[in-house]
Write a protein that binds this ligand. Structure first.
Ligand code: C2E
Ligand code: MG
Ligand code: MG
Ligand code: MG
Length: 286
């Protein structure tokens, strides 16, 4: 077994190797980035089956002073690799809860937010402390906070992950399984993890409604998750045809995607929410 690993390490050509060294160099700047407002959070709205706003996903952005905008798909894996991701996640939780606290005071119609939690941090007692402290500091009902985890991130630590998710649930936090369908043994995770929500990966909705296979698969996953009493969000919905297809489901899923809105800065989110609600009102008056 070890010789296979050895071969794998030595022989396999990794085309990402130069990118990784770029990532490593910029990751040095991450502490400064948090202090200097180069790192900020954007919010992507999620729309419920009744066409009401059900919440938003918090997503990280980095406007680097010399490199410009760097995609989270690039810098998050580097932060995970050097361990800085835990500090950054604490910072995100604090920022998001602060923002949610403002929303409550201002009777803002958007209440629930989900935060992406890296796999290596899920089972840490420190995470639970940070979550508890932040919700109590900003007087937030824990039901309004959802933690997004991916199946691949818990694959090596499944028993501990089940325990930690159970703890989050006991405290009232919701837990979503993100990118569902891209990992390996999806169905066993649905059975074993005590989650509240399943987010079906964009790759399943891409072919809808043209592809009969994709359409059949997405429909079956929606039915399955609903019969397991889980909420369903379809990620990456971009077209009206996709929205129409999903509206015809016997039990409609929630939707997150560019069709409704890209992730937005907080000022733009406020404008979007107002506009969306005005639109809904005009439509219901017709
Ligand atoms: P994710 O958690 O699955 O987030 C959804 C990604 O899909 C976001 O990309 C979002 O902008 C994108 N997306 C949403 N709707 C559409 C659509 O209709 N079309 C297309 N093409 N894309 C859409 P983003 O923000 O670039 O983030 C990529 C990934 O990076 C995230 O995937 C997540 O795994 C990670 N990430 C982002 N922010 C954070 C964070 O704050 N913490 C952690 N740990 N990971 C994060
Ligand atoms: Mg996510
Ligand atoms: Mg996702
Ligand atoms: Mg993803």
């Amino acid at each position: 077994h070890s010789s296979i690993e050895y071969k794998h390490e030595v022989i396999e050509y990794d085309p990402n190797i130069h990118i990784f060294s770029f990532e490593r160099s910029i990751i040095q700047d991450i502490d400064k980035a948090m202090d200097n407002h180069e790192l900020f959070i954007v919010y992507q709205p999620k729309i419920g089956s009744n066409k009401a706003i059900i919440g938003a996903e918090a997503l990280l952005r980095w406007n680097h002073p010399t490199q410009g905008f760097i995609s989270p798909a690039v810098f998050i894996p580097a932060l995970e690799e050097n361990g800085k991701i835990t500090d950054v996640t604490d910072w995100i939780i604090e920022q998001v809860c602060h923002e949610m606290g403002n929303w409550i005071v201002n009777h803002y119609p958007l209440k629930a937010v989900s935060i992406n939690i890296p796999g290596q941090y899920i089972t840490s007692p420190r995470l639970m402390d940070v979550l508890k402290n932040s919700v109590s500091k900003y007087k937030i009902d824990s039901h309004f906070l959802e933690l997004e985890i991916t199946e691949t991130s818990v694959i090596n630590n499944i028993e501990n992950a089940i325990n930690s998710i159970g703890e989050f649930r006991k405290y009232g936090f919701r837990v979503a399984l993100d990118d569902f369908g891209t990992g390996l043994s999806s169905l066993s995770y649905l059975k074993r993890l005590p989650i509240t929500t399943v987010k079906i990966d964009k790759s399943f909705v891409d072919g809808v409604p043209e592809s009969e296979k994709d359409s059949a698969i997405i429909k079956a996953i929606i039915v399955l998750c609903h019969s397991l009493n889980m909420d369903v969000i379809i990620e990456g919905v971009e077209t009206e045809a996709q929205v129409n297809f999903l509206s015809q489901m016997p039990e409609k899923p929630g939707i997150q995607g560019y069709y409704y809105s890209p992730p937005l800065k907080r000022e733009d989110l406020a404008k979007w929410v107002q506009h969306f609600q005005e639109q809904q009102e005009t439509m219901s008056q017709k």
